[in-house]
Design a protein around this ligand. Structure first.
Ligand code: HEC
Ligand code: HEC
Length: 207
């Protein structure tokens, strides 16, 4: 009996969380016009503007990042040159509802397999990725239960920047960045720039 009650309560809470997160895509479309200038009209990413792919990324992660930028949990460190460009953009979304709406619009995009722009050794990267898979999924598809975002379709140049940022402490060192703090020691397991290129080459092979 008690077990059943627990299951029912958990389901009810999940239902509520999903309802809360379901934004209005039509309302979010207008706000996305600004975002398109750096992330592309269909969220495929724009290397010239350093804006990563947003299409295909799950709603819980997109929302968490936009809030992290707004609060300065991400993009607040002077070493984080690109995150500092994104921060004022997140601030144009005045409320949680506005964030939910723009995320609902982003969720209407179809992800593209971003082209490889870098060369690393995917075979060497495979061994390094064994650890990563425990939170990002064996196929880099993301794992909500571990708070790990999807990586597979992401632009390789962006993945490299993030891994370097975690290592240098430009990302994942803010005292309230509890998710970034989980990721930072994982980036530290990549000994040098070549190891970063290798693991990213393997991630790109998973698409
Ligand atoms: C001036 C260019 C610019 C504009 C406009 C912009 N962004 Fe960004 N955004 C960036 C950059 C650059 C990054 C990557 C920051 C980094 O390298 O850490 C980013 C990162 C992000 C991320 C994190 C992605 C991830 O995988 O962690 C999200 C989510 C995001 N932007 C959403 C938005 C939304 C929503 C808007 C519109 C309200 C927007 N951006 C407008 C430049 C921009
Ligand atoms: C213990 C779980 C865990 C492991 C293991 C892990 N990560 Fe992560 N990773 C995370 C979490 C959680 C985040 C999201 C942080 C946030 O929300 O800001 C993340 C974020 C990232 C990002 C940024 C993605 C984006 O869109 O901005 C990259 C890149 C990344 N991880 C690569 C790796 C690689 C490569 C490895 C293996 C060397 C690895 N991770 C191992 C938990 C993990």
């Amino acid at each position: 009996m008690r077990g059943l009650f627990v299951i029912f309560t958990v389901c009810a809470c999940l239902g509520a969380a999903q309802l809360q997160a379901a934004g209005d895509a039509a309302a979010g479309k207008a706000a996305y016009a600004l975002c398109a200038t750096c992330h592309g009209p269909a969220g495929a990413g724009m290397q010239t503007m350093n804006g990563p792919q947003l299409a295909g990324q799950e709603a819980w992660y997109l929302e968490r990042q936009i809030k992290a930028f707004k609060d300065g949990v991400r993009g607040g460190d002077p070493k984080d040159v690109f995150g500092m460009q994104m921060r004022p953009m997140a601030m144009t979304l005045p409320s949680d509802e506005a964030i939910d709406n723009v995320v609902a619009y982003i969720r209407t995009f179809t992800p593209t397999n971003s082209p490889s722009t870098l060369s690393g050794d995917a075979a060497k990267g495979k061994a390094l990725y064994a650890l990563c898979g425990t939170c990002h999924g064996a196929k880099g598809e993301g794992m909500a239960a571990m708070n790990g975002p999807a990586l597979a379709a992401q632009n390789d140049w962006y993945l490299v920047t993030q891994l370097k940022n975690y290592k240098s402490g430009a990302r994942g060192t803010d005292a309230s960045d509890m998710y970034g703090m989980q990721m930072r020691p994982m980036a530290m397991t990549l000994a040098d720039d070549q190891a970063i290129l290798d693991v990213v080459a393997y991630i790109k092979s998973l698409e």
